[in-house]
Design a protein. Structure first.
Lengths: 311, 261
């Protein structure tokens, strides 16, 4: 089933309580997906690149070398970032298996990300000057608390609660997906894609990497590929309606914009609120009501619709 | 040995409301009652509605702040008037038989699913699958509706003043739909019977849905429905019916077939 949500604040001073708003929305949709929860949050772009790296899926599983292995992995990741020619400005230890690295880097992002991921077990969750992806098992309340998102201030973001159907319940298979290796683009998806394997093979031949077995990852990588060919986010989304088969409603974000696309069957729900102060989208109106405590006018986009808002 | 008896019902993921206590918070004034649903759960709201309608025999209930919760007002089987002052979520007022419902906001997907009789007036928009498998009664939507409105409709009337999405009247078997605005692709796809009136543009007709011949009975019907709901004069409408090219069924209910035989 899955639940998706997105917020973009219209007055762009970037001082909105994005983290707590998103947690409230996702928590109210817990019944749509209690397996895992994920966020893609944007703050005002900084000069440095923020790279969120997952070193492990968490939980030692009785492995007595777990702590040592994590330490070794982290050392290796840091060494490779430096070896790739990036300057590490800060390392934020989010929890025992996730780090956020602030770095200065002028080279090709794919080279750096591939080099980091060549450390066995390491996965780059997101990279960008404004984007941070946070995802873990559990409901929004527990993920929001353990990653201290309550005080997160930002400009726009998306979120996802997952009810796993096609692939495993772990952090790699949780949404949102970063559009690897395209900085600052992320996707959440509700639905199933039926031509997943076809597109995966096609994109793998072009040199893209996949971190999971989840069909939704295709959308992120597909958009990244189209954008690297010179299309805008909106053009890439419009093309995706033709190229992707199955049922889907997805929300896609870039550093300055948030967009939604719905398949031609309109099989997956999305409720839209366009206010003067913000645009909010969610699988259920209940989620919008979790942050707007008054009677509001909302509507559902029709089939094959693509809409994009800028902040 | 001391053992703690497990609760009779237990939901480890915390998704089901096990609380069955009737809140009893309504203000009752003779034949009328109202209550605030802001702090109540779905189950509590429905239990309170049932208490008022069935136990106290109240005929006019107003529910304030429904907050777009799902499955409100479901399965009410008595003649009464229920007003929801606000918006409802999915599966609103499904399976009702008798009530006159007024929703001042919008509704989500699958409103008035399998309604047997009564009236439901929605002031705002409605989601997809509105009035799925409708069997009787009238549903009036002042805003626009999503895809597959009246899918599998078996009776009753759906009146939409705005636009309708794709596959409106999909596999419709009986009843009537009046769409004042535009209709999306695949209108009346695979319909068996029934009539769809459209005021605006039709993006495309579905399989075996064809324009029908307008008769005086159509004018009478449409005018009557518009008059009942105070909507003024009806606009010019086109009529669509089943082409019966794929038609290999008789249109009788099992009980009716018995009568014929």
């Amino acid at each position: 089933m899955c639940g998706i949500a997105g917020i973009i604040y219209r007055n762009g001073n970037g001082a909105h309580r994005l983290g707590s708003d998103m947690t409230r929305m996702l928590q109210s949709m817990k019944h749509r997906g209690p397996d895992s929860t994920g966020y893609a949050l944007y703050r005002r772009p900084t000069a440095e690149l923020i790279m969120r790296i997952k070193l492990d899926d968490g939980g030692s599983g009785g492995d007595i070398e777990y702590a040592d292995r994590l330490k070794r992995r982290r050392r290796e990741v840091e060494a490779r970032i430096r070896a790739a020619g990036a300057r590490v400005d800060s390392i934020d230890e989010i929890n025992e298996y996730t780090i956020a690295v602030g770095l200065s880097y002028d080279g090709e992002l794919k080279r750096l990300a591939d080099y980091v991921e060549s450390v066995p077990g390491a996965e780059v969750l997101s990279a960008g000057s404004a984007l941070e992806i946070i995802k873990d098992l559990g409901d929004a309340q527990s993920v929001g608390t353990s990653y201290k998102l309550d005080g997160y201030v930002g400009t726009h973001g998306i979120g996802h609660v997952r009810m796993a159907t096609e692939s495993d319940v772990d952090i790699s298979n949780a949404h949102p997906y970063w559009a690897y290796p395209f900085s600052d683009v992320a996707v959440v998806h509700n639905g199933q894609l039926t031509n997943y394997h076809q597109w995966r093979r096609r994109l793998e031949r072009m040199g893209h990497r996949f971190a999971s077995d989840c069909d939704s990852e295709i959308i992120a990588v597909y958009l990244a590929q189209k954008m690297s060919e010179g299309e805008t986010l909106e053009q890439a989304m419009r093309h995706s309606l033709e190229d992707l088969d199955g049922v889907f409603t997805y929300i896609c974000v870039s550093e300055g914009a948030l967009g939604m696309a719905k398949d031609e069957l309109a099989a997956k729900p999305l409720v839209l609120y366009e206010g003067d102060d913000m645009v909010v989208l969610a699988s259920e109106e209940m989620a919008i009501r979790a942050i707007i405590d008054r009677e509001i006018e909302t509507y559902d986009p029709y089939e094959s619709e693509v809409m994009v808002w800028t902040r | 040995m001391d053992t703690v008896a497990p609760p009779a019902r237990f939901d480890p993921r915390g998704l089901v409301e096990l609380d069955e206590r009737v809140p009893g918070t309504a203000e009752v004034d003779g034949e009328r009652a109202q209550f605030d649903a802001r702090e109540l759960t779905t189950r509590q709201i429905n239990l309170e509605l049932r208490r008022l309608v069935y136990e106290l025999g109240i005929r006019e209930v107003t529910v304030h702040n429904p907050g777009a919760k799902h499955s409100l007002g479901v399965g009410i089987l008595a003649r009464c008037r229920i007003t929801f002052a606000g918006s409802l979520g999915y599966f609103a007022c499904g399976l009702i038989d008798g009530p006159e419902v007024h929703i001042t906001g919008r509704v989500g997907w699958s409103a008035c699913e399998n309604m047997m009789s009564g009236v439901c007036v929605i002031d705002g928009n409605a989601g997809s699958l509105t009035a799925a498998a409708l069997r009787g009664g009238d549903l009036v939507v002042h805003g626009k509706v999503g895809a597959r409105t009246g899918i599998d409709q078996k009776g009753g009337t759906i009146l939409v003043l705005g636009d309708a999405g794709s596959m409106t009247g999909f596999m419709m078997q009986r009843g009537r739909q009046i769409i004042v605005g535009n209709a999306g692709h695949g209108l009346g796809d695979s319909m068996y019977d029934g009539t769809i009136y459209v005021g605006g543009k039709v993006a495309s007709l579905g399989i075996d849905c064809v324009p029908g011949e307008w008769t005086d009975a159509d004018t009478e019907f449409v005018t009557r429905k518009f008059t009942i709901y105070g909507l003024g004069d009806p606009p010019e409408l086109q009529k669509f019916v089943c082409g019966k090219k794929l038609y290999n069924y008789d249109s009788l209910e099992p009980s009716e077939r018995k009568l014929v035989l």
